[in-house]
Design a protein. Sequence first.
Length: 93
Amino acid sequence: MKVVFRIIGSEEDLSDLDAVEENVHFCFRPSEKNVFDVVKSCPKLKRIQLPLSYQKTISNTTKIFLKMKNVKLIVGDIWGHRTDIDRFAEIDL
């Protein structure tokens, strides 16, 4: 199944999120505040994708918060994607 993800390449990209985003991919290690801000900005959010090394550092508090909001935390990498060309990427789940 192919799903379109909004790529978040830096903290500056957080201010450009649309409320209709359902899937996001963090290319940087997000703080708890970054994750909370994304969930607050995107009420329809279904999935957050992170590289494996970043997901290992997500706090239990953040994981519980995402579970309460029915947002799945999934592992995945996006290699070679340039956010200055396209802010979205189609990913196989």
